[in-house]
Design a protein around this ligand. Sequence first.
Ligand code: ARG
Length: 245
Amino acid sequence: ALRWLGALLLSITLAAPALAAGKHLINGIDANYPPFAYVDETGKPAGFDVDSMNWIAKKMGFTVEHKPMDWDGIIPALLAKKIDMVCSGMSISPERKAQANFSDPYWTIRKIFITKKGSKVTEDQIYNGKIKLGVQRGTNEHEMLQKAQAEKKYNYQLRFYDSGPMAIEDLLNGRIDAIGLDAAPAEDAMRKGKPVQEVGVFGSDEFGVAIRKDDAETMKLVNEGYKLLKADPYWKELQAKYLGN
Ligand code: ARG
């Protein structure tokens, strides 16, 4: 009977979301990445990932604070324990997995080429390096394009940018002819009236939440939280609000 009682107590403990009671977690975001993370007109962090994590925190019983920082410094900040997670349009990649763990994937995203609206630039010209192709430095797109080039699959003429919006600026100015990037931010720019168009697809990957390798507790909260979120009507609402689908 004692063993039975022990099993019962154990199952109660495991089922209790009170596991997280009082926990305060800091999410590092790159606020230059709408529709996943940005700062709204009132200066408040917003976006698909920000709202997702707010919902998860409430459900799982922790508080979350979204801290805007440079994309370049975001993994170093995680490793230095300045933040507890990165839920900010971050792709799961082999390079990053060597440094941190990732939650279960929560979103699949296409990698697309865009040009200025009305431009005659073709996908072939991009692959053959006939035109200048911009990409954000340190992204998985950067990694993917460079790998294809190293393998001599394609001969891209790459130009590197510190942020996505800066690349779009240069595309519209005519300093570059195309950009390789995540589909959702490009579609977001189109919805906001930026004169750009999609001309091809060069791959896809999955977004996950980066968490320190020694932090199994946060990992559990985040994975449990996404399971609940994905089963809730709010998940569809978020997609309609931020991703236009
Ligand atoms: N999803 C891509 C990656 O993780 C692009 C991210 C670009 N920037 C950002 N702030 N989320 O590499």
